[in-house]
Design a protein around this ligand. Sequence first.
Ligand code: DIR
Ligand code: MN
Ligand code: MN
Ligand code: MN
Length: 314
Amino acid sequence: HSVGIIGAPFSRGQPRDGVQLGPDVIRQAGLVKKLEVQGCAVKDYGNLKFEDLPDDEPFGSTKRPRAVGLANKQVADAVQRVKNDGHTCVMLGGDHSLAIGSIHGHAACRPELKVVWVDAHADINTPLTSPTGNIHGQPMSYLIHELCAKIPRMPNFSWIKPCIAAKDIVYIGLRDVDPEEHYILKHLGIKTFSMTEVDSLGIAKVMEQTCDYISSKIKKPIHLSYDIDALDPSVAPATGTPVIGGLTYREGIYITEYLCQTGLLSAIDIVEVNPNQAKREEEVHWTANAAVDLVLGCFGRVREGSHADDYKIP
Ligand code: DIR
Ligand code: MN
Ligand code: MN
Ligand code: MN
């Protein structure tokens, strides 16, 4: 595997300070070294530099639109660069508003992509349905063709064009969905595996059905957008909006192993790691290690172990 890593130290899609430290905390847990040890060629493109916009007045109830719009343009351009350089792209957030730029940039290079969104939350509020005004709860709404008539024009958002259809999305891990979001999911017929389906089917059947749903005769590239809060807070506590009853570490890893097996993973987001939300230093390490292990699973790590093709017993 050839991996291109982009750090996106951005927090303005939500109110909690610290999520901008996510990329560095994940790197400090040994991401690059561990990928190389398992045989990946890694290019770390470093962290993007985001401008602080002082007069970023809310648009209606939506907070920090200018900063979010501008940062996402930078992410979109960076993801296109990584894809054009021939890598599988790993975008380390930052908050989940960054999926706007990541998916937009990916779709500019791979217009036929499918999205697997692993999250406790659906992140599909529009600026008009959002109960919080935080754009990290809205990224999907800007990207879906079927919702574009519902999206108002916002400053620094005019470059964003919807690039995915409702049928090209699968959600896994949902357990905290706003009523407005639930209506949108049902109305658009979006495929969802909430924690209830993870409980009733088991994660193996969830992944089988996910891949049956997104793969036709022609294989399409997959964009995996992984919010660390999909994992249970007992495994990944250092995040801004933890929700009890999440994926176990094993279920979380299984998703990445299974998607890796398809050979179709083309871009990955790992978002919402926030070291400042940890109660103890230990919790930062658990969360960062979980984030690293998710990425390793995306790039061929298997729990049974592995060995080089030319290995001989000495
Ligand atoms: C809520 C919370 N649905 C919102 N969303 C979160 O703000 O729209 N997303 N926490 O990650
Ligand atoms: Mn999210
Ligand atoms: Mn979430
Ligand atoms: Mn693979």
